[in-house]
Design a protein around this ligand. Structure first.
Ligand code: SAH
Ligand code: SF4
Ligand code: F3S
Length: 463
C-alpha cells in the first residue's frame, strides 16, 4: 500500500508551488498525498520566516505533531516529520536541537534530495539535514509533475533575491537570484496547459528581474517570456508575482497594453511612501519613481488594478514618514494591498537599528493604514457592480452549489447554484460587492458551451 504524505504550507505562493513539487518528488518514492495528519506516514511543514509570527508557527505545529507521532508509534506505525522552507534554511540544526523528534530538515534548494533523505532516515535511524545552495537550480532536478491538473496553475520562473532590503530574510533563505531557462519554463507551461490549465501565474521572489536564457543563447526578460506563454495553446490568462519597482522595465509596462491574456492586475510592493524610509530600507527607489510607474501603467492599461505591500513602524519611521505613506496610498488608489507591522528578523541589518518603534505606535499606524486601504478596496469592488466580468470558476464555495473564482482584477467572485459551471471561464454579472469579495450571476451561454467542452476534457484527465 502506498504511504501517505501530508504537507502543511505557510508563506508565499512560491512555497505553495514548492509543496506541490515536494509531493511530486515523493510520489516517485511511493508517497501519495493525503489531506490530514491522522492518515499521514510523513508530515512536512513547509515554513515561512518572513515575520516572527510566521516562524513561530513551526514550533507550535511541531509540538502537536510530536503527540501524533508518539500516538502512532504506540500503535506500531511510524510517522516521519519533515521541516522544509525558509525556517528550515534559517534555523537548520537549531530545529533538531529544539525538536529532536524531527526526521528531516530540508532547505528550499534541496527538495530534489527528499527521497534520498527519507531513505537515509530509515536506514540510519538518524535525522537528516540538507541545506546546500546548489549551482544547478532545484527546478530542473525535480521530476515532471504528475499530480497537478489545476485550471489556474503556478510556475516558478525565478527564485532568490539580490536586493537585500534591510528588513528582509529572503536573500538569506532563498539565496541569490536565479532564472530558469526559457525552454524549461515554456515546456512546463505546455504540460500544464495539456492537463487543463487556462491561467498561469509566473512566480518569483523578484519575478520581474527574470532574465532567462533562450534557445538561441540570448537573454529574455519577463515581457518576452509572457508573450511566449500567451502564445501557448489553451492559455487564456497570465499573471506574475512578486515584482520589484526597480525591475519594472518599459517593455513589461508596455506588455500590459499589448497582451490580451495578461490580466489587468499588478502586485507591486512599495513598502513605504517616505523616501527617507525607503532609503533606510535599501529599496533603491523613491516614492516618485513608483508613482511614475503607476502613471505609465495606467496610460497603457487604464483599468489596471494595483496592489502593494506596506511595512509600518520600520525603525526610525516618524509621524511625517508615516503620513507620507498615507498620502502615497491616497494618490495611487489601490484595488487591494497588504500591510504589516515591521518585525525584527535576526541577521538582517534593520534588526540592529537603534530607533525601533514602539509596538503601540505600530498598531495604531497599521490600523490607520488598513482603514484607508480597506476603503479603497471597497470603492474598487463597488465599481464592479452591474458590470460583466470573466471569472475562472475553479473552486467550490462554502455553501452548497456555490462556486468561487477570480475576476481579471484578482477579486474573489462567488456565484450561487453554479456547479455546472465549475471549472470553466464564464461571464458573470456582478450583483453585489463586499469588503473582500463580489457576488455574481452567470450570464453568457456561448462561452459556457466552449468551456463545458474544456471541462469534460479535464474530467477525462481526472478519471
Ligand atoms: N519579494 C517581494 C516581497 C517578499 S516578502 C518584494 O520585493 O516586495 C512579502 C512582504 O512581506 C514584503 O513585501 C514586505 O512588505 C513584508 N515583509 C518582509 N519582511 C518583513 C519584516 N521584517 N517585517 C514586516 N514585514 C515584512
Ligand atoms: Fe525581500 Fe526586498 Fe528581495 Fe523583496 S526585494 S524579497 S523585500 S529583499
Ligand atoms: Fe516566507 Fe520564504 Fe516566501 S520567508 S514569504 S516562504 S520566500
Amino acid at each position: 500500500m502506498a504511504k501517505k504524505l501530508y504537507i502543511k504550507t505557510y508563506g508565499c505562493q512560491m512555497n505553495a508551488y514548492d509543496s506541490d513539487r515536494m509531493a511530486d518528488v515523493l510520489a516517485a518514492g511511493g508517497y501519495e498525498p493525503c489531506s490530514n495528519v491522522e492518515d499521514a506516514d510523513m508530515v512536512i511543514v513547509n515554513t515561512c520566516h518572513i515575520r516572527e509570527k510566521a516562524s513561530e508557527k513551526l514550533y507550535s505545529d511541531l509540538g502537536r505533531l510530536r503527540l501524533e507521532k508518539d500516538a502512532k508509534a504506540r500503535a506500531g506505525r511510524r510517522m516521519l516529520i519533515g521541516v522544509a522552507g525558509c525556517v528550515a534554511q534559517a534555523d537548520g540544526e537549531e530545529i533538531l536541537a529544539r525538536a529532536p523528534y524531527v526526521d528531516v530538515v530540508v532547505g528550499p534548494q534541496s527538495y530534489h534530495q527528499l527521497p534520498e533523505l527519507v531513505a537515509d532516515v530509515i536506514a540510519t535511524a538518524k535525522p537528516q539535514i540538507a541545506l546546500e545552495f546548489e549551482e544547478q537550480a532545484k527546478f530542473d532536478l525535480l521530476p515532471e509533475s504528475t499530480l497537478r491538473s489545476d485550471m489556474a496553475a503556478f510556475v516558478s520562473v525565478q527564485e532568490g533575491c539580490d536586493k537585500f532590503c534591510t528588513f528582509c530574510v529572503v536573500p538569506y533563505t532563498r539565496g541569490a537570484e536565479y532564472s530558469r531557462s526559457v525552454t524549461t519554463v515554456l515546456d512546463e507551461v505546455k504540460r500544464l496547459a495539456d492537463r487543463g490549465a487556462v491561467e498561469i501565474s509566473l512566480l518569483g521572489q523578484n519575478v520581474n528581474a527574470y532574465h532567462g536564457i533562450a534557445p538561441d543563447g540570448s537573454e529574455w526578460g519577463l515581457a518576452k517570456l509572457i508573450e511566449a506563454v500567451a502564445n501557448i495553446h489553451g492559455i487564456q490568462r497570465i499573471r506574475y508575482t512578486t515584482s520589484h519597482p526597480m525591475d519594472m522595465q518599459d517593455d513589461l509596462i508596455a506588455a500590459h497594453g499589448e497582451i490580451d491574456a495578461l490580466m489587468p492586475f499588478l502586485h507591486l510592493p512599495i513598502q513605504s511612501g517616505s523616501d527617507a524610509i525607503l532609503k533606510a530600507m535599501n529599496r533603491k527607489h523613491t516614492a516618485s519613481h513608483y508613482l511614475n510607474i503607476v502613471e505609465k501603467l495606467r496610460k497603457v492599461r487604464p483599468d489596471i488594478a494595483l496592489s502593494s505591500d506596506f511595512i509600518v513602524g520600520f525603525p526610525g519611521e516618524s509621524d511625517a514618514d508615516f503620513e507620507a505613506t498615507l498620502s502615497l496610498v491616497e494618490t495611487v488608489e489601490f484595488a487591494q494591498a497588504y500591510s504589516f507591522k515591521y518585525s525584527i528578523r535576526p541577521g538582517t541589518p534593520a534588526g540592529d537599528y537603534a530607533a525601533q518603534i514602539d509596538e503601540a505606535v505600530k498598531e495604531e499606524r497599521l490600523a490607520r493604514l488598513q482603514d484607508v486601504i480597506g476603503t479603497q478596496q471597497q470603492r474598487f469592488n463597488r465599481r464592479m457592480v452591474g458590470t460583466v466580468q470573466q471569472v475562472l470558476l475553479d473552486k467550490e464555495g462554502k455553501r452548497k452549489g456555490q462556486c468561487k473564482g477570480r475576476s481579471p482584477y484578482m477579486q474573489s467572485v462567488f456565484v450561487e447554484n453554479a456547479v455546472h459551471y465549475r471549472n470553466s471561464l464564464v461571464d458573470v454579472k456582478i450583483v453585489a460587492a463586499y469588503a473582500n469579495s463580489l457576488l455574481g450571476e452567470i450570464v453568457s451561454a456561448d462561452t459556457q458551451g466552449e468551456n463545458a467542452a474544456h471541462g469534460q476534457a479535464r474530467q477525462k484527465i481526472h478519471a
